[in-house]
Design a protein around this ligand. Structure first.
Ligand SMILES: Cc1cc2nc3c(=O)[nH]c(=O)nc-3n(C[C@H](O)[C@H](O)[C@H](O)COP(=O)(O)OP(=O)(O)OC[C@H]3O[C@@H](n4cnc5c(N)ncnc54)[C@H](O)[C@@H]3O)c2cc1C
Length: 558
């Protein structure tokens, strides 16, 4: 923790930096702390929102909460911070997570170096000076040796372009652009578009308030119960005493949790034996069913079907109307290949009299938004409020929007038209000194993200420290290393069932987006990926080339 509070005038008055960080969520905040307080660099953050928190600043819809267990959904780099913060629930609500991030911003005195309300619209690399020039929508122009994107994987809203969208006379909200003073659903006819992880959280909450709720479903979700609740103070105490161990275990794990697959094929078990295991995971709640199931779940369709069958039976035994239960039951993709929604009374909600399901396959897809509601399957559903829970243009969307121009004026958004091309998901050939935190082709959204964020921040910081020690001006991934990484990412995922779903992991939720598996599902998970990144560094940053400082280059200043 920094000893004295910074009284420096707004960073806005400076225009030349060692590093410009874009985004002030978990990633950007730690990146700033790391570069500024550990390396003593001159760094600034541009953040589009008016406060810190990223995801937790924007996503304020009813029911918004994390679904990583709170004791690991936090920073672990600071032992004192781990000891002083207490989470109230297993999965705290949005406002509690935002309070935590606000606390971190205060604790590490970050705000003086964050420029709020400024969206980066362009970042251009100059081949001569080897510096980046970054522009914001507020007219700022700043230069820096390094640009670090901390823009999040899920921060660009996906707003489907339904015919007639602007004609709707009622109110319409995307879940990630939720009004800060909330939305009152009392006595209202509400339509929710989407049934992914966000909608699964929001629907039961909205149904409690609204006069009538119509849910427009394109693809049904496999849900497992969250089993949220207050954290027992004794459990918190024990975890605090063991945080060194927890930190090590989540860093070495497959997905950044204290969860590991069962080293067994489900097909080798008896029906009684596996039913017992399924019941145990179901009762435990959370991600166990998804990430600590039998190890062949993601590899064998036959194994996957056995596991999916359990969840389908749960839907049928929860939903009273067999026709509605049928519509809510996934049929056309393997279990686990879409983001696992955790639910609290999701399926039960469809037993309520004021809740109606409109399924695109059986009732008809949305045709248009009308002044009075939504028309689907030739029927108009009258509504006062539409909630658009259609998620995000994941992973590539936020990076492509940055207007990044690299060496020789090459345009990143154009080069990624056919899918992302990166080395380790952290760098891009042709874009020197540009780093991405949890970028595409890194474990990112396939992990408990703070674990992956800390790993990237620490790797990038060490790389910059190495460059300063060695008086190097620029680092750039080679195109050979990039191609090999892209091939590896594809090869690994093609051996699994993950490509078999129209998921946002595949870019399938965005019209016109190329279908390409976007994150990295490493054969040894986040632990293996961490080791790979460390090995690259140990081998003198294998797969990268450096440019030494010449007289014209501005040194990386302390
Ligand atoms: C509803 C929801 C629940 C989630 N729950 C979990 C969970 O339980 N576990 C988990 O691991 N992950 C979860 N995630 C993923 C979550 O995004 C990450 O855990 C984490 O918050 C990401 O932090 P970040 O700083 O990388 O990105 P973000 O929190 O997305 O922050 C990025 C910031 O960059 C800013 N930004 C973007 N573009 C620009 C620009 N051009 N100029 C300036 N600023 C810009 C944005 O305004 C934003 O504030 C959830 C995501 C959502 C949407």
């Amino acid at each position: 923790m920094t000893s004295a509070k910074r009284s420096s005038p707004a960073a806005a008055t400076k225009t030349n930096f060692d590093a410009i960080i874009i985004g002030a969520g978990f990633s950007g905040m730690y990146m700033l702390h790391s570069l500024r307080d550990k390396l003593d660099l001159n760094a600034t953050v541009f953040e589009a929102g008016d406060g810190v928190g990223g995801t937790w600043y924007w996503n304020r819809y009813p029911g918004a909460r994390c679904d990583s267990d709170s004791y690991v959904y936090c920073y672990t780099f600071d032992k004192n911070l781990l000891q002083e913060w207490n989470w109230s629930e297993r999965y705290p609500e949005q406002d509690e997570i935002l309070r935590y991030l606000e606390h971190c911003a205060e604790r590490f005195d970050l705000k003086p170096d964050i420029q709020f309300g400024k969206r980066v619209v362009e970042a251009t690399f100059d081949d001569q000076t080897q510096l980046w020039t970054v522009r914001t929508d507020k007219g700022d122009v700043a230069t820096a040796r390094f640009v670090i994107t901390a823009v999040g994987a899920l921060s660009t809203a996906n707003i489907p372009q339904f015919k007639g969208f602007n004609s709707f006379k009622g109110k319409c909200y995307h879940t990630s652009q939720w009004p800060h003073d909330g939305v009152d659903f009392t006595a209202k006819r509400v339509g929710v578009i989407g049934t992914g992880a966000t909608a699964v959280q929001a629907i039961p909450e909205i149904a409690q308030q609204a006069k009538h709720l119509t849910v427009f479903q394109r693809t049904p979700a496999f849900c497992v119960p969250a089993r949220n609740g207050n954290v027992d103070p004794e459990v918190t105490k024990a975890r605090k005493a063991d945080y060194d161990g927890i930190r090590q275990r989540i860093k070495d794990s497959f997905f950044g949790f204290e969860l590991n697959f069962m080293p067994k094929s489900v097909l080798e078990t008896t029906p009684e034996e596996r039913e017992q295991e399924f019941d145990r995971m179901w009762d435990t709640g959370g991600f166990s069913f998804w990430l600590a199931n039998y190890q062949d779940m993601f590899f064998s369709k036959e194994a996957n079907d056995v596991i999916a069958d359990y969840l389908k039976r749960k839907i049928r035994s929860t939903v009273n109307d067999p026709v509605v239960a049928g519509k809510l039951t996934p049929t056309n993709y393997p279990y686990g290949t879409k983001r696992q929604p955790l639910d609290t009374n999701y399926f039960e909600t469809f037993n309520k009299k004021n809740v109606e399901l409109v399924d695109a396959n059986t009732d008809g897809a949305i045709e248009e938004i009308t002044p009075n509601g939504i028309r689907a399957g030739s029927k108009e559903y009258p509504l006062d409020i539409i909630v658009v829970a259609t998620g995000f243009d994941a992973l590539t969307g936020p990076v492509k929007q940055l207007g990044i121009k690299g060496r020789g004026g090459r345009v990143l958004a154009e080069e990624w038209a056919e899918g992302p091309q990166t080395y380790l998901g952290v760098a891009v050939a042709g874009y020197p000194n540009l780093f991405m935190i949890t970028g595409p082709q890194s474990p990112s959204v396939l992990s408990n993200m703070p674990v992956s964020i800390e790993q990237h921040v620490e790797w990038i910081s060490e790389c910059i420290a190495h460059m300063r020690r060695s008086k190097l001006a620029a680092i750039e991934a080679t195109s050979q290393a990039q191609e090999a990484w892209g091939a590896h990412v594809a090869e690994v995922v093609n051996a699994t069932l993950m490509t078999g779903a129209n998921s946002w992991y595949m870019g399938a939720n965005i019209e016109g987006k190329v279908r390409r598996f976007l994150p990295y599902l490493g054969p040894e998970g986040v632990g293996g990926y961490r080791r790979k990144c460390a090995e690259v560094a140990e081998k003198g940053y294998e797969g990268f080339v450096f440019t030494a400082h010449d007289q014209t280059a501005r040194p990386i200043a302390a």
